[in-house]
Design a binder for this molecule. Structure first.
Ligand code: AMP
Length: 451
């Protein structure tokens, strides 16, 4: 909402006093609450992250996919789950002129699964490994590490078998990405939510247990008992904490095949000596997970950096048809990684600086300088300039600030003589060269300087 700077007090016909905004009032616009601009000064860290994402994805053979930012709201209701916080409280939903209800995607996995089926990706060799990078939207109370628009990187392994090696690979890929960004002391929190069969027995037990404490637990937990019992384990309320600690754990209810699947995942993590801890309270906020769920945390940072899990039932939920779809994936919160990079003073990607500054004086020289820059571009030499400036002094000052090695000066006289002055910024020595030879001469001089 724009902030109003001026408004007038007016009386209505009924004599009530009303605050009426003047038509001419000046408005100060701000970015929407919980959404922010990523300024040029922050881009080097984002670039580093993007580059590392591409390298990691390429190494582990994930191909990029981009899906629309808006999806049919039903996808999230069916996939993410109607009683999850994301769907119940956090979706930005809009009605189109065609009366469709679309949601600004709060997460990507249901959209990816939709794209998998819609585009016949099951016809390719399975599993198909996809990755994404983009903005997501959740109507949250903005605070440190929690925004209404944020970015996620995700890796999904879709189709194929439910072999635990894929669970381990989804975890490993995310882990290596964070590690490659020089963020250290990571821990993988891991749990298994079992399959439909073992989960039914477990949730029944959990409901029985929590019903005994219904007068002591928070209002949200009282609702969760019947609507979404697994989320009871997610509650951060202090009153519920002690009750949660004594609650039955799902591990004791896993059927033999879920148990052996979970053991398989842990063995693969052991093989690579990845640091994990079993967390029986880890359920994650999304309904579609089965078997493996995990989160990655870093020492000294309270929020999870990323997480994921297996979502074998999501294919059926999205298509409404029985199928043998199996999948596992992971995603990472980009803003949280950037916050950590800042806190740990981890440098971003540095763009190579230009070594040449082109100074122009006078209208004809300015025009010629404009095309000369293109000639340097074709020769692969980066040039900085300040084309709006007129005086030699101010442009030399800028060249100095840019710490370039050479300044090229194209003035009125040089323009008519088809020459150019080449100034060595360190020694101050100047020479005049023919304009049509300047690129070769600059190339040679720069080569000499890097020797
Ligand atoms: P989720 O999709 O809920 O499993 O979240 C995956 C990761 O995305 C989390 O571990 C966070 O790093 C990040 N994340 C989720 N919600 C937000 C948010 N509102 N603001 C910033 N990052 C978020």
């Amino acid at each position: 909402m724009p902030k109003s700077s001026k408004s007038k007090i007016k009386k209505t016909s009924k004599g009530k006093v009303k605050n009426v905004k003047s038509k001419k009032e000046k408005k100060t616009f701000q970015s929407p609450k919980g959404m922010r601009d990523i300024l040029p000064s922050e881009q080097s860290q984002w670039e580093k992250l993007r580059k590392t994402v591409i390298e990691t994805a390429n190494f582990y053979n994930f191909s990029r996919i981009d899906t629309p930012i808006l999806e049919d709201v039903e996808i999230f209701k069916r996939g993410t789950g109607i009683y999850t916080d994301i769907v119940e409280k956090q979706m930005f939903v809009l009605k189109t002129k065609g009366r469709d209800y679309l949601a600004l995607r709060p997460e990507n996995t249901p959209g990816i699964v939709r794209a998998y089926f819609e585009n016949g990706l099951s016809r390719f060799a399975q599993p198909i490994k996809l990755y994404y990078f983009g903005p997501f939207f959740r109507y949250e109370q903005p605070q440190f590490g929690r925004y209404r628009q944020f970015h996620q990187v995700g890796f999904e392994i879709l189709g194929g078998e439910d072999n635990p090696i894929y669970d381990a690979q989804a975890i490993l890929t995310l882990f290596r990405l964070i590690e490659d960004l020089k963020i250290k002391n990571l821990t993988i929190q891991i749990n298994s939510l079992g399959c439909k069969n073992c989960r039914t027995a477990y949730t029944k037990k959990l409901q029985e247990y929590y019903r005994k404490f219904s007068s002591k637990i928070c209002k949200d937990c009282r609702r969760r008992i019947s609507l979404n019992p697994l989320r009871l384990l997610d509650c951060k309320n202090e009153n519920c904490k002690e009750i949660k600690e004594q609650a039955p754990t799902i591990i004791d209810f896993l059927c033999s095949s879920c148990r052996s699947h979970f053991r398989g995942v842990l063995e693969y993590l052991d093989e690579l000596e990845l640091p994990y801890v079993l967390n029986p309270c880890l359920v994650r906020g999304l309904d579609y997970y089965n078997r493996t769920v995990f989160e990655i945390t870093a020492e000294g940072y309270d929020l999870s950096l990323g997480g994921g899990g297996r979502f074998d039932y999501l294919g059926e939920l999205i298509t409404g048809k029985k199928n043998s779809f199996r999948a596992v994936g992971s995603s990472l919160g980009v803003e949280r990684i950037i916050e950590l990079m800042n806190a740990k003073e981890i440098k971003g990607l540095t763009v190579p600086k230009a070594k040449v500054f082109l100074i122009q004086i006078g209208k004809p020289a300015k025009k010629r300088a404009f095309s000369l820059i293109e000639e340097f571009r074709n020769a692969g030499i980066k040039v900085v300039e300040s084309l709006g400036k007129e005086s030699l002094k101010s442009q030399l000052k800028l060249a100095d600030k840019e710490k370039v090695e050479l300044a090229l000066i194209l003035g009125q006289k040089e323009f008519f003589e088809e020459s150019i002055i080449i100034r060595d910024m360190k020694s101050g020595v100047q020479e005049t060269a023919p304009l049509n030879k300047v690129i070769d001469i600059v190339k040679r001089k720069l080569k000499k300087k890097t020797k």
